[in-house]
Ligand binder design. Structure first.
Ligand SMILES: C[S@@+](CC[C@H](N)C(=O)[O-])C[C@H]1O[C@@H](n2cnc3c(N)ncnc32)[C@H](O)[C@@H]1O
Length: 447
């Protein structure tokens, strides 16, 4: 929700519902991301400190918008100043420039409001107050030369695509035809896609419920419904009762791919927060072990399952070291939804691209291979393993599948979606249901 403008330039603290307050705190979140913290963690820490629930929406919105436009906003700032200002001033200006340089149709504040409130924001912080004149001058200069400056920085790929240079190069090399679409999709706002719990309803029935509640939505897959306007989950009909869960259409492909039948013993090897765990349990009565290495994240599996009123054995352990947690009973099915770069879900997590480093890809690929090698022996003969990543980089997808097939003589590769590239529906368009994150799926049967 847009913040209002109730601050005066002379106030020592901006009102918590002012844009100035939101800008200052979004700039702090940006500083934390630049220092290596994931945006959700940075916002959680910030919200705990400032404890102003009413301001959260605006701070979060500005922080996410800024990270989606960081390449452009940083390039604009560099073009507008002779030498880089101190970090607190630069971060405030970056947030303001990200808002001011948004496409006019997606702008949420008038240019005057952004400039006025950015100056107010600078005025209340000791670190930025001496430079409030600079803040004013830079933003006004931008507005005066907007078109020229935007055209000028578009020659820089980082400014144009809002991704780091190495990332752009990786995408371009892997997908020489689709690379521009992929990068553009990464800068869009992800829709709210729901999975209908087939134990409780159907897509058609649930669309009727939404229609009655005057919530526009479309079918987006066998169990998927996409809302045409996002809502807080508490206001999504049936969410709290477990009738639906939030899950992207691509992620919804995992559980059906395992072709589970009642009574099967199934391992979900990287389970938190439990999206695919819940889906598997909705599909059949199975004996499911949900494994997760991170204890805090494992608690989210329990919370999700309790909302869905479903049961699994949640186990804390490392998928690459089964000796530490496995009871020796073989599985009919194994799902490895492996830790990865997250390059397929950057529209939901715009900080990921700025946090990852090129060397991360090889390290993640080695970890994925360790998991594949360690978990294959846990599968019964005739059993099946699904390997998934929310990545668009072949090193975490097709190349891993080929490596595994080559190495594991008793593995037969079965049909699977392979690489799903991210795609975006036209805003508000009911006919285009093809809106999804990037994902990779491979499936193997043990001979
Ligand atoms: C892509 S996420 C899984 C998402 C989940 N399957 C879902 O659908 O909600 C990967 C998860 O694997 C966990 N993880 C990372 N390394 C692991 C390991 N060695 N063993 C088990 N879990 C691991 C991470 O903590 C993270 O929760």
């Amino acid at each position: 929700m847009p913040a209002t403008q109730t601050t005066s330039h002379f106030a020592m603290q901006p009102a918590p519902d002012s844009l100035a307050f939101a800008l200052n705190n979004a700039a702090r979140a940006l500083a934390a991301v630049r220092a290596g913290t994931a945006l959700p963690a940075a916002l959680t820490a910030l919200f705990a400190e400032i404890d102003v629930p009413a301001a959260r929406g605006a701070i979060q919105d500005i922080a996410y918008r800024t990270l989606r436009a960081l390449g452009r906003a940083d390039a604009l700032l560099a073009a507008l100043v002779r030498k880089p200002p101190p970090a607190p001033v630069a971060n405030l200006l970056t947030c303001a420039l990200a808002l001011l340089s948004d496409e006019p149709e997606s702008a949420i504040y008038t240019p005057f409001t952004v400039v006025d409130q950015a100056v107010c924001a600078a005025n209340v912080q000791p670190a930025t107050r001496p430079m409030k004149g600079l803040v004013n001058a830079v933003l006004r200069n931008f507005l005066r030369s907007r078109a020229t400056l935007l055209a000028q920085i578009m020659h820089d790929p980082v400014a144009r695509w809002n991704h780091p240079r190495w990332w752009i190069d990786e995408v371009r090399t892997a997908w020489p035809i689709a690379w521009e679409e992929i990068l553009s999709a990464g800068n869009t706002h992800a829709p709210l896609t729901l999975r209908v719990n087939q134990r409780r309803s159907t897509v058609a029935e649930y669309l009727d419920v939404l229609h009655t509640a005057q919530i526009p939505a479309v079918a987006a897959g066998p169990s998927a419904v996409r809302l045409l306007r996002a809502l807080p989950v508490e206001r999504v009909p049936g969410f709290m009762q477990g009738v639906v869960s939030v899950q992207d259409a691509s992620a919804q492909r995992a559980a059906p791919l395992l072709e589970i039948r009642p009574g099967m013993r199934v391992l979900d090897a990287c389970a938190a927060p439990g999206g695919k765990t819940g889906h598997l349990l909705e599909l059949a009565e199975i004996d499911l072990v949900a494994l997760e290495v991170d204890q805090a994240r494992a608690m989210r599996i329990e919370q999700n399952l309790s909302r869905l009123q479903l049961m699994a054995t949640v186990c804390i352990g490392n998928a690459s070291s089964p000796d530490e947690w496995w009871d020796g009973r073989l599985f009919d099915r194994v799902l490895i939804d492996a830790p990865c770069s997250g390059s397929g879900i950057v529209r939901r997590h715009p900080d990921i691209r700025w946090l990852r480093r090129p060397a991360d890809l090889a390290a993640l690929a080695r970890e994925q291979q360790r998991m594949l090698a360690a978990l294959w022996p846990l599968l019964k003969p005739g059993g099946e393993l699904v390997y998934a990543t929310c990545s668009i980089f072949p090193i975490e997808g097709e190349r891993q599948a080929q490596w595994f097939e080559g190495k594991q003589q008793d593995a037969v590769r079965l049909s699977a979606p392979g690489q799903l590239l991210p795609s975006t529906a036209l805003p508000g368009c009911a006919s285009n249901t093809d809106d999804r994150d990037g994902f990779f799926y491979a499936r193997f049967r043990k001979q």
